[in-house]
Write a protein that binds this ligand. Structure first.
Ligand SMILES: NC(=O)C[C@H](N)C(=O)O
Length: 321
């Protein structure tokens, strides 16, 4: 008799585990869901904590990575259920730090168990099939929602309530559907090699500032003084009002320039005061195609690894993530 595939399901909370609280105070994580309709698979449920995902911290992400490393040798695939609000941050932190041979797939739900058409069971079943599929190996942690399979680097939450809440440029890297009970899985590209890091700690203080028309640097000095590094969600290809240029010039801490625009890379093309070319001339580091919150996690991990500002620049410049 062939041994059945072994799947670990790590439950961390989120709407997929939530129900309305009896006192009428709103949704809270209460009960981890079980994978429906998976015949012939040995499922091992683990619940290290149960949190709404806005309560997730880098420390929880580190705890999760350590747990996945412990479970990986005895399983063929690992699913992580997670709240959708910060799911992309946990997925990216795992992408940067995990080096395990088995697929790791994150999923969640947008509707809770007592709503009409709860999306939790279908997402969980899809995630389980993806995690146990041999073509999911060597791709780094994946996110599966609504049948779409996303890469941790590019996936982002794009809608506050829709069931298809995840997207990101250029979109899914694969698709899972079911023909009856048989999963049909397609990837649109081959796996790519990826850099991983072993930070000594995840305690660096990295803050995000959000640029807007008319910003003259309010909040910058305070953030710069207390943080080990900054990320700015800048404008367009990575430009800022002129007042920010001398402030950035004055620091030797890493300042990463991301963009508040939803797709595309940061490029140092503009030469007016505060234009991307002048910011890079003043020492700032373009975030490549990472959004501000993912650039923050990468910076936090690189600082935890003890990298200098110039080594950090090289990682962002070469897309070593
Ligand atoms: N759909 C969800 O899971 C949202 C919830 N607020 C969470 O992230 O925990």
């Amino acid at each position: 008799m062939p041994t059945p595939p072994r799947l670990a399901v790590i439950h961390t909370g989120g709407t997929i585990a939530s129900r309305p609280s009896p006192d009428g105070r709103g949704l809270t994580p209460q009960q981890a869901p079980s994978v429906p309709g998976l015949d012939g698979v040995q499922v091992h449920d683990v619940q290290p904590f149960s949190l709404p995902s806005p309560h997730m911290t880098p420390a929880h992400m580190g705890q999760l990575a350590a747990l996945i490393e412990t479970l990986a040798p005895d399983h063929d695939g690992i699913v992580v259920t997670h709240g959708t609000d910060t799911l992309e941050e946990t997925a990216f932190a795992l992408h940067l730090t995990l080096n395990v041979p088995v697929p790791v797939v994150l999923t969640g739900s947008m509707r809770h168990a007592e709503e009409v058409s709860w999306d939790g069971p279908a997402n969980l079943l899809d995630a389980a099939h993806v995690a146990l599929h041999p073509s999911s190996r060597e791709r780094g942690p994946l996110v599966v929602i609504g049948g779409d399979i996303f890469d941790a680097r590019t996936v982002t939450k794009i809608h506050t309530t829709a069931v298809d809440a995840f997207g990101g440029y250029p979109g899914p890297i694969g698709r899972i559907d079911r023909e009856g009970r048989t999963p049909r899985l397609h990837y649109f590209a081959r796996p790519e090699p990826r850099a991983t890091y072993r930070p000594a700690h995840l305690n660096a203080r990295v803050e995000i500032l959000y640029a807007y028309a008319g910003w003259t640097g309010e909040g910058y000095a305070e953030a710069e003084a207390r943080a080990d590094g900054l990320v700015i969600a800048a404008l367009g290809t990575g430009n800022l009002p002129a007042e920010l240029l001398p402030l950035i010039h004055a620091t030797d801490k890493p300042v990463i320039i991301a963009t508040r625009t939803h797709a595309g890379p940061v490029l140092p093309v503009y030469g007016y005061a505060g234009g991307g070319a002048t910011l890079v001339g003043a020492g700032a580091i373009p975030a490549s195609f990472l959004n501000a919150h993912k650039a923050r996690l990468l910076l936090l991990i690189l600082l935890g690894q003890g990298l200098t500002r110039e080594q950090i620049r090289a990682v962002f410049e070469r897309d070593e993530f």
